[in-house]
Design a protein around this ligand. Structure first.
Ligand SMILES: Nc1nc2c(c(=O)[nH]1)N[C@H]1C(S)=C(S)[C@@H](COP(=O)(O)OP(=O)(O)OC[C@H]3O[C@@H](n4cnc5c(N)ncnc54)[C@H](O)[C@@H]3O)O[C@H]1N2
Ligand code: MOO
Length: 401
């Protein structure tokens, strides 16, 4: 099978992927979720002409010039408006957020008033009509569409939806990704390792990548290199309602690389297997009913790089989000050799130097080396068959952080 180009692999993986159905959840649980429906205001805010300051509601004709003496005929705290009307020569003591009483058309702030005692005040600064009053509907009116479908519910959006009187919102269901590690050599972190064993690390990075685009991750643990063991976890993933199943390892051509056989045995239709990419060549993709199956290569760096390039865009799409990879133009910090047929994602340190981004690749690019991946903040992307390039040559960088 010819190696599938990266762009085509992504296109095939995303084919038909659309936001999952909506579900209604309480506002208090909606932070970070994506709106499945637009949000329209169920009320008008403010619902009345409201005072924006603590002071005195009065008639502008009385206070346009100073000094004016007024009689205080009542009080209007927030939540309890004054029911009477403000006549000529009169004022109402008012507080921020209270309805401006009938007859008044301005609010004099209390700093500009002298209390003369005996319910009399003197206004010491002229105050024009409409001052310190928030007109009814200043923020929004009933029926206004306040938030569009697809909006990620951040702090401002949530407070706005609450203010618009929504106790619950319809949000896109979070995609569920089930993660299955495979390999006789693997034990979970914290284990006492035997001589031929290593720690299973990939699931943690893959889960974090999934969660970073709003998906839920279900770590189903480690299956031994036996078809039955892997198949049992695949069935568990399907039973758990996974939208995506990610397997780790066993995707290559070794005698113990069983993933393809197991997944097709469970009913998966293979879409592609093996892509023109380094690291990540053995990547596999297929569909098991509605469930998308991604076989990630076992090499730790390959599993993380492939999560960034394939898993995250898929989960973002299913979760109703926009994911734009952060690709920038930079200058090479050191020379690079020519490329072969695989598109290279080269671990690099990217720094700004006098206004120019400089990307310096690490000398070793072994796809088992997690420490180097954690030290890298970008991947230099080299197209298949790129010629050798000198230091200072323009390059493309996918930023990781
Ligand atoms: N003859 C060939 N051999 C290999 C090829 C090839 O084309 N021909 N491809 C190589 C490439 S590229 C990769 S990438 C690896 C990936 O192969 P698998 O997906 O089958 O991965 P495994 O063989 O199961 O494991 C590879 C490596 O990664 C370690 N591993 C696996 N799972 C985990 C995990 N969850 N956490 C940490 N480390 C893990 C495993 O112990 C191996 O060291 O194949 C090459 N071989
Ligand atoms: O694709 Mo593999 O990840 O080159 O090592």
């Amino acid at each position: 099978m010819a190696l599938v180009p990266v762009a085509e692999a992504l296109e095939r993986l995303l084919d038909g992927a659309a936001p999952l159905a909506g579900e209604t959840i309480p506002l208090a649980e909606a932070a970070g979720r994506v709106l499945a429906e637009p949000v329209a205001a169920l009320r008008t805010q403010p619902p009345f002409n409201a005072s924006a300051m603590d002071g005195y509601a009065a008639r502008s004709a009385d206070v346009a010039s100073v000094s004016a003496q007024l009689e205080v005929i009542g009080t209007a705290p927030a939540g309890r408006g004054f029911s009477g009307s403000v006549g000529k020569g009169q004022a109402v003591r008012i507080f921020t957020g209270a309805p401006v009483p009938e007859g008044a058309d301005t609010v004099v702030i209390q700093e500009n008033v002298r209390d003369l005692g005996n319910r009399k005040i003197e206004v010491t600064e002229p105050t024009a009509q409409g001052r310190n009053i928030r007109r009814r509907g200043l923020d929004f009116g009933q029926g206004d569409v306040l938030l569009e479908k697809g909006r990620v519910l951040d702090a401002a959006a949530l407070s706005l939806a609450a203010s618009a009187n929504h106790p619950a919102l319809s949000v896109v269901r979070q995609p569920l990704v089930a993660i299955i590690a495979t390999g006789d050599e693997l034990l979970p972190p914290g284990s006492q390792l035997g001589p031929d064993q290593i720690i299973s690390s990939n699931a943690y990075g893959v889960a974090a990548a999934a969660q970073s685009v709003g998906a839920r991750a279900l770590d189903l643990g480690i299956a031994a290199d036996r078809k039955e063991a892997i198949a049992a976890l695949v069935r568990k993933a399907v039973d758990a309602g996974a939208d995506v199943i990610v397997t780790l390892g066993g995707a290559s051509v070794g005698d113990h690389d069983l993933i393809h056989d197991v997944l097709t045995g469970e009913g998966m239709t293979l879409d592609f297997w093996k892509i023109a990419m380094r690291p990540g060549k053995p990547l596999m993709f297929g569909r098991l009913g509605n469930v998308r199956c991604i076989g990630l290569p076992g090499n730790p760096v390959a599993s993380i790089v492939c999560s960034q390039l394939f898993l995250k865009p898929l989960l973002a799409r299913l979760g109703g989000r926009d994911l734009k990879q952060d690709v920038r133009t930079a200058r090479l910090g050191s020379a690079m050799q020519a490329n072969d047929l695989r598109q290279d994602y080269v671990r690099a340190v990217v720094r700004e130097d006098a206004g120019t981004l400089v990307a310096t690749p690490f000398c070793i690019q072994d796809s088992s080396m997690l420490r180097m991946l954690a030290d890298a903040n970008g991947l230099i992307v080299r197209q298949p068959f790129s010629p050798a390039a000198e230091a200072g040559a323009e390059c493309s960088v996918l930023m990781l952080r």
